[in-house]
Design a protein around this ligand. Structure first.
Ligand code: UDP
Length: 491
């Protein structure tokens, strides 16, 4: 525990949530803020996650960056969680997600005891939106709270207009409708909306109401996006909420390749093996398929994807993960001789891929993604066109941004949410032919593909500029720190 603090240095207390899509960008943000100067960051974490976070931050901390960890345990037994289970992707089944949230809530007492013992209170609590207790802690100690939900401004605005207009209540299940009052004509079906609008149960409604109050009470919000990417939506969001700071793409703070190999979970493939494989491919020839950290896709559905990658006759990297059903899909791969048949041009990664390393390699020509916001933005930052296959929550909005607004992606054409916590077979939603069609469109040469690739490259340049000195995201980091400094001087 490093409690040394220079007199003028601001202290940010970070409280990330246990899910890779949330904690990875939070950790990147800690690095960016600490690098900016005048700030030290301490990160509230739990024992197993501390190892994961440490893997991203070891090097920067060793080189003197003022970041430290505050490690607090919770009792796995008390919450009915398996030993060592501290992140959503560790859960044996999604039915335990509520228990994990409760376990996280039990950290409140320990964090408050820590704050009480400090000579000087932290200047800011930067907490994941989905954790509700930091809002109480911030109020109790009168510390400004900035929230982070891992999403973008288009998502905020889509949710905002849906919440206000309730337009979805008046349409049929599979009927499409236009979201009112947005800068673009965004058309969705009810079956593609986030759970907050579709799951009609008491726990969900109560949680959403608390979330709304907590959001309204926050001092500000940091967004892992950059203004040039979605300027119209940033402007709209700023009309409905005070203090919006777009400070992304956060993954771009990981400039040093050596850090990328173990980002969150430990990579299932050796870095050098991965680079060697990529180096042996032509530029822009490989399709990279990875569906994030928490989706639990049916083996039958994954087989359709595997068959499409095989039929595409193109080099590919396929990251295979199906949560509790991973064994079934791995069995199929082994027993059907899939790897043997495709060994000359396919690389199957079982488990965790070094995604940034892969995406930044010139051999990658397309990224088949589930449209989780981190993956989407990492693809955009790398200048890679996307094949979009959204599964649930705001991923359908992200698809609209990529395919319709930015025009750097092609959709596989999914029209409904595949519930990630569902233990019931949801069957095959996308057939291999549909994957092949979208992959071909992304990878083929020709005017349309060339234009798409050009746009993607252009966006990557703008993304990188945003985080350079004087860039929009750097300016917003400065603004955030200045605003907190002013708040702090009121204390
Ligand atoms: N990720 C990774 N390797 C994998 C799978 C995921 O490094 O094999 C990282 C990915 O780069 C991203 C995060 O995990 O930063 C996943 O976040 P995202 O928002 O894309 O999706 P989620 O997992 O939350 O659905």
């Amino acid at each position: 525990l490093d409690e040394s603090q220079e007199p003028n240095q601001l202290h940010f207390l970070f409280v990330p949530m246990g899910s890779p899509g949330h904690y990875i960008p939070t950790i990147d943000m800690a690095k960016l803020l600490a690098q900016h100067g005048g700030v030290r960051v301490s990160i509230v974490t739990t024992p197993v996650n501390a190892l994961r976070f440490g893997s991203i931050l070891d090097q920067p901390i060793q080189s003197g960056l003022p970041i430290s960890f505050l490690e607090f345990p919770f009792s796995y037994k008390e919450f009915g969680l398996p030993e060592g289970c501290e992140s959503i992707d560790d859960l044996p089944n999604m039915g335990l997600a509520g228990a994990l949230m409760q376990a996280y809530a039990s950290l409140q007492k320990q964090v408050e005891e820590y704050i009480e013992k400090l000579d000087r209170r932290p200047d800011c609590i930067l907490a994941d939106t989905f954790l509700l207790w930091p809002s109480e802690t911030a109020k109790k100690f009168r510390i400004p709270r900035v929230m982070f939900d891992g999403m973008n401004c288009i998502t905020q605005m889509c949710n905002h207009v849906l919440y206000l207009s309730k337009v979805y209540e008046t349409v049929g299940e599979s009927e499409s409708f236009v979201l009112p009052g947005l800068p673009d004509r965004i058309e969705l079906r009810r079956t593609q909306l986030p759970f907050a609008f579709t799951l009609n149960n008491k726990t969900m409604s109560e949680f959403n109401e608390k979330l709304r109050v907590s959001e309204a009470e926050a001092y500000g919000v940091v967004v892992n996006s950059f203004e040039e990417l979605e300027q119209d939506y940033v402007d709209e969001y700023q009309k409905v909420r005070d203090k919006v700071y777009c400070i992304g793409p956060l993954s771009l703070c990981q400039k040093d390749e050596s850090e990328n190999i173990q980002r969150g979970n430990k990579s299932s493939i050796n870095k050098h093996e991965c680079i060697k494989w990529l180096d042996s491919r032509e530029n822009g020839s490989v399709i990279y398929a990875c569906l994030g950290s928490i989706s639990r896709i049916e083996p039958a559905q994954l087989i359709e994807l595997g068959l499409a990658l095989e039929a595409s006759k193109r080099p590919f990297i396929w990251v295979v993960r199906a949560g509790h059903k991973t064994e079934k899909i791995e069995k199929w791969i082994d027993e059907e001789g899939f790897e043997e048949r495709t060994k000359d041009r396919g690389l199957v990664i079982r488990g965790w891929a070094p995604q940034l390393l892969v995406l930044s390699h010139p051999a990658i020509g397309g990224f088949l993604t589930h449209c989780g916001w981190n993956s989407t933005l990492e693809g955009i930052s790398a200048g890679v066109p996307l094949v979009t296959w959204p599964q649930f929550q705001e991923q359908f909005y992200n698809e609209k941004l990529v395919v319709q607004v930015l025009r750097t992606g092609v959709s596989v054409g999914v029209t409904k949410t595949v519930f990630w916590g569902n233990e019931v077979e949801s069957g095959v939603v996308v057939k291999s032919d549909e994957f092949i069609k979208a992959i071909e469109m992304i990878m083929e040469k020709g005017i349309e593909g060339d234009e798409r690739r050009k746009r993607a490259k252009q966006l990557s340049k703008i993304a990188n500029k945003a985080l350079e000195e004087g860039g929009s995201s750097q300016r917003n980091i400065t603004r955030l720190i200045q605003d907190i400094r002013i708040q702090s001087s009121f204390k």
